[in-house]
Design a protein around this ligand. Structure first.
Ligand code: FIX
Ligand code: ZN
Length: 422
């Protein structure tokens, strides 16, 4: 039987040894092309596989932070976006890592990643490190990063309304066993007239009115694309105000039920509040949990992955999951992906849901981020778990290492895979 004293190290060791299935990322394999110069000599400016130093440092979280440190009144947005990516990275590095202490979570993430790769994070210039990344082979580098992060499977976000990504799929993409597909289609639920026009361009006989024929064609579109990307689930992100829609209820959920795959809702994103920040333009907002409970109640044959962006929605989401077995809360999304909030949310979820929750996803946009996002999350989740186990032992439970191993496997891999299978 374990003792409270040995728990922190043991839990840390067990979590570190547990391979992760990362259920939500924006990562792509080399088959989608990469804009990053590398050892193979092959790169594609429109490539979708982001990795390496300049992509790490120009992550949209850091773009938002650099415009806080040096506002656009002093350094206009247009000037920043006119620079090359290495020039943007040099500006961000100088402002946030040289002229200031890189205290923020996003800054600390870059430091952790460089350190774990064996590179000195304290450099004043990025030049020497840039050369190191140029000497990497993207395909081999994926294996190296997955090993360092102990991630065994990467779940993509395949945005079918992204013209660049759609064109690549239509041209044919060889499958990569390290990556699994997810069909993502926000515009279908948020901007029907335009999404309808796009479906018509792609050859689907849809009309503006949601006639039976149109609904049938939307279902055909979803099924054909789920087949193409071998979707393990379907996903959308939704603004706080979203309640439901005819397309969701008459096309999306029936298709997910027929295919026996879950539907993921990422709720609370308000897009484009400051467009000059581009990918960093979005914010979050408080949503209404009845959006979730009403769908779970009215569609009992559908399974729902749900993550919510507002801190204030987390408790009611966990409580809602106590009411609906077809609801799986997951991750500390985006502005919640910070140690203090991961701690608060994970602690509350374990107290309300025990082991039946998926504590985290990485949301990595740059391959190397898997290293820090999982290192930082494992540390916080491990700390919370060790304290929860200590409480359990204090209550008289004869906790074993095997139980800790079983829980780690459920939190970091099996809860996701089991809910996928239904
Ligand atoms: O909708 C999403 O999947 C979000 O995760 C992204 O849009 C967001 O920009 C992001 O990268 C959050 O971490
Ligand atoms: Zn995301």
């Amino acid at each position: 039987m374990l003792t409270p004293r040995e728990l922190p190290d043991l839990v840390k060791r067990v979590l570190a040894a547990q391979p992760i299935v990362d259920m939500h990322t924006h990562l792509y394999p080399p088959t989608f092309g990469t804009p990053v110069a590398n050892r193979t000599g092959v790169s594609d400016p429109a490539g979708m596989m982001l990795w390496g130093l300049d992509d790490l440092v120009t992550y949209h979280y850091l773009v938002a932070e650099v415009f806080r440190a040096v506002p656009a009144t002093k350094f206009p947005y247009a000037q920043f976006w006119a620079m090359t990516k290495p020039e943007q990275a040099d500006h961000i590095w100088k402002v946030l890592f040289v002229e200031r202490t890189p205290l923020s979570e996003a800054c600390r993430g870059v430091i952790t990643t460089l350190s774990k790769l064996g590179l000195d994070p304290g450099v004043k210039s990025l030049t020497s490190h840039r050369q190191w990344f140029r000497e990497q082979d993207p395909n081999e580098y994926i294996d190296r990063v997955m090993e360092l992060a102990n991630v065994e499977s990467i779940t993509m976000t395949n945005a079918v309304f992204d013209d660049g990504e759609r064109a690549r799929w239509l041209a044919g993409i060889a499958p990569d066993p390290r990556f699994t597909g997810v069909l993502r289609f926000d515009p279908l639920l948020l901007d029907w007239p335009n999404a309808g026009k796009k479906l018509a361009e792609l050859g689907y006989a849809v009309e503006r009115e949601l006639t039976e024929k149109t609904i049938a064609e939307v279902k055909r579109f979803l099924n054909e694309w789920c087949d193409r990307v071998e979707a393990i689930y379907c996903a959308v992100s939704l603004p706080p105000e979203f309640r439901s829609s005819e397309i969701l209820e008459k096309a999306v959920l029936p298709v997910c039920e027929e295919r026996n795959i879950p539907f993921a809702m990422m709720i609370g994103s308000r897009r484009g509040v400051n467009p000059d920040l581009r990918d960093a333009a979005d914010t979050g907002g408080l949503a209404d949990i009845t959006t979730v409970t009403s769908l779970c109640q009215r569609f009992p044959n559908n399974r729902f992955f749900v993550t919510m962006l507002a801190r204030e929605n987390q408790h009611e989401l966990a409580v809602a999951a106590r009411k609906f077995g077809n609801l799986m809360p997951f991750g500390c999304w985006w502005f919640l992906n910070n140690p203090s909030l991961i701690d608060e949310i994970t602690r509350m979820r374990i107290e309300l849901l025990g082991t039946s929750v998926i504590p985290q996803h990485s949301d990595a946009r740059v391959l190397d981020q898997l290293i820090y996002k999982w290192d930082h999350s494992r540390t916080v989740i491990g700390r919370v778990l060790a304290e929860k186990y200590a409480d359990l032992i204090a209550a008289g439970w004869p906790l074993t290492e095997a139980e800790v191993g079983r829980d780690a496997r459920m939190f970091l891999k099996d809860n996701f895979l089991t809910f996928l299978r239904g």
